[in-house]
Ligand binder design. Sequence first.
Ligand SMILES: Nc1ncnc2c1ncn2[C@@H]1O[C@H](COP(=O)(O)OP(=O)(O)O)[C@@H](O)[C@H]1O
Ligand SMILES: [Mg+2]
Length: 261
Amino acid sequence: MDTPAAPAATPLLDARNLHKSYGDRSVLRGVDLSIRPGQVKAMLGPSGSGKSTTLRLINLLERADQGTIEIDGQRLGTVGGPGSERPAPERILAKQRQSVGMVFQQFNLFPHLNATRNVMSGLTTVQRVPHREAEERAVMMLERVGLGAHAGKYPSELSGGQQQRVAIARALVMEPKLMLFDEPTSALDPELVGEVLRVMEGLARDGMTMLVVTHETRFARRVADEVVLFDDGVIVEQQEPEGFFENPQSERTKEFLRHVH
Ligand SMILES: Nc1ncnc2c1ncn2[C@@H]1O[C@H](COP(=O)(O)OP(=O)(O)O)[C@@H](O)[C@H]1O
Ligand SMILES: [Mg+2]
């Protein structure tokens, strides 16, 4: 075993004071979230509390009304230095987006492409990696998520758990600095949840920095370094798992945990 690295001074993700409204509905009301390199954060919270919106802002699928997001010290969504910042053009956004991988509840695979083609599609279209090299990297990544034997299969020939592992491989093959998971097991039959969580646990063990929205409290407890509770557009509690589940500080967390247990 390697000795653990000294804690890095710069967070890998540093989101500050995020605000987002849809019409007159205020969905995020000042969210601060930072993750150190190699850290795993689990995000819990009731439906509608702003978890997915937070991930969509971090992945630049949407723009915050207010607040800043930095990945590895680089400000996302804008170009220009302090004082002369302006919204980044789509070309820059596309580049910045590549530092973040995202896995959704619905796997969003291309139905007309086999597993290998699904995994390599971003490499060839976005990163312009030559076909042959992209294919090799895709197959290697499928092996890493335990799907080496299924590389030629189409999504319709795979179980939900296998499809979600293809989606994870597709995100990983782009070599992101940060992986976002939005309820990755919520659409799965219960017997398929474990195989996806095991892949995620392996990633965490290998040092991937991860932000995971999940209802799997046992997973959060075992794998996360910190657990965050969202409620009504704000973070109401943030603690290491033992404290979060055994000794929550906020009344809101206590109430939330009474409902999930
Ligand atoms: N594109 C949108 N337009 C309008 N309202 C939205 C949109 N996206 C999300 N919302 C609203 O924002 C709130 C928070 O949503 P979301 O971030 O998806 O919550 P969570 O993931 O915690 O369930 C919800 O009330 C939802 O209806
Ligand atoms: Mg959601």
